[in-house]
Design a protein around this ligand. Structure first.
Ligand code: BGC
Length: 251
């Protein structure tokens, strides 16, 4: 019997530089369980990553579809770069197919910040989402529609430093919270002037460490908010099929 929309369950997976998180959502994006996590394997090769995901979801309740956020440039479900995992191991890997074959359900893979963005925006005007973690994730959405492939992380912010190097996890560890906060203030000034967004959402594990006052149109969002984006990917299968690659398991 075909499931009604409200019965469909989505396994939403967020692959990060330090952890892989996953939960089960309904189509409205409500979490049906607390999200669980395992450390990202080292080396983070495709095979090791698939193994870690299988272990993570082994005892999860049943699900019908899978959404994955990946920390790199993803084109039509195929990985192009993986700056914080290892681009050499990942370039042109069809992760969508690998996951749908490994877990046996229709799968979509998008950039991690894009998935978070879909989970947190309210669909009004130009909304920007940044994630502060191992790398600097960035997503732009216009009236709720994602403008994909946006990788601000790799633009130089200073002569010798990209955004990833300037405010990523390594910089935080090296220079400490105070200097990192000063850098974040500078970055937010740049984003405000350059993008003229209506709302800026700030997610990722390190967003908790911001100590300065934010403008009214800047909001901190949680990882649990972000992972909800996994449901948005499946809201309208017909529409999403025309925009993204969906892989169904090989028999
Ligand atoms: C990657 C982005 C990713 C971000 C956060 C950056 O290094 O280039 O694709 O969204 O890290 O994981």
């Amino acid at each position: 019997m075909k499931k009604t929309t409200s019965q469909v369950k989505i396994l939403s997976i967020d692959i990060g530089g330090s952890h892989i998180k996953a939960t089960i959502l309904n189509k409205k994006g409500e979490l049906k369980m607390d999200y669980d996590k395992v450390p990202t394997p080292a080396p983070a090769s495709p095979d090791n990553l698939i193994k870690a995901i299988k272990t993570l979801v082994k005892n999860f309740p049943a699900y019908d579809k899978i959404s994955v956020g990946f920390p790199g440039y993803v084109k039509n479900g195929v990985i192009k770069t993986a700056p914080n995992l290892n681009t050499k191991l990942w370039a042109d890997v069809d992760l969508t197919k690998k996951i749908s074959d490994a877990l046996g359900k229709p799968t979509q893979v998008v950039n991690d910040a894009d998935m978070q963005g879909l989970g947190v925006v309210n669909g009004k005007g130009l909304e920007m989402v940044v994630t502060l973690g191992t790398g600097f994730g960035t997503a732009l959405l216009m009236n709720g529609h994602l403008l994909p492939h946006f990788e601000l992380a790799h633009l130089p912010v200073k002569t010798d430093k990209t955004y990833d190097q300037y405010i990523g996890e390594k910089a935080l560890e090296k220079y400490g919270k105070e200097r990192w906060n000063k850098r974040m203030q500078k970055v937010f000034e740049i984003l405000k002037t350059v993008f003229n967004y209506d709302t800026l959402y700030i997610g990722g594990g390190n967003s908790d460490l911001l100590t300065f006052k934010l403008d009214k149109n800047m909001k901190i969002v949680t990882n649990a908010d972000g992972i909800k984006g996994g449901a948005r990917l499946w809201i309208d299968d017909v529409e999403s099929k025309t925009k993204r690659e969906i892989s169904t398991p090989t028999e």
